[in-house]
Write a protein that binds this ligand. Sequence first.
Ligand SMILES: Nc1ncnc2c1ncn2[C@@H]1O[C@H](COP(=O)(O)OP(=O)(O)OP(=O)(O)O)[C@@H](O)[C@H]1O
Ligand SMILES: [Mg+2]
Length: 161
Amino acid sequence: MNNTFNLHIKNIDDTDKFAQNIAQIVSKTGGLICLYGDIGAGKTTFVKHLAKYLEIKEKVTSPSFVILNEYHSGKISLYHFDLYRLEREGLESILDELHEYTENDKALAIIEWAEFSSGDLPENRLEIEIKYVDENQRRFFIKAFGDKNIKILELIKEFYK
Ligand SMILES: Nc1ncnc2c1ncn2[C@@H]1O[C@H](COP(=O)(O)OP(=O)(O)OP(=O)(O)O)[C@@H](O)[C@H]1O
Ligand SMILES: [Mg+2]
């Protein structure tokens, strides 16, 4: 089965629509989403739109300085990590937590700058790489690992048929 899917995102409304589609699925499954992409690619923007559709009431901000922000007011709990400033020992200290969230269908963990995890993340995950095209356009490269995420990816593909 093909575990990849690429999307051409024309503008912020497309990012919003994608976030809505993902929210519809992960609000029932939970899971782990790893975000890759340069500064300004749109990782935090995607998380903010996703949080809106998960009906999270708090304002979602970038966790750059705190590594993790968590939100419990929505349909499922959201654990929003940003590894940009993480030290090696820091990663070890969050891995157990991450495994726990990833196995819980009532929690969604999202990791910005997953590049900095040096490959130690849980096996079962959805990877989304965001590539800058121009001011408004992006390309999303999506990859699914593990049965649960392959099913999630099949559902994502349905939205774009
Ligand atoms: N289609 C789009 N999708 C997402 N963001 C877009 C899009 N078009 C324009 N933008 C803009 O690009 C910027 C993305 O910034 P954002 O903070 O989300 O990036 P980031 O990947 O989280 O960066 P960092 O690595 O610094 O955390 C925002 O100003 C957003 O409005
Ligand atoms: Mg960010």
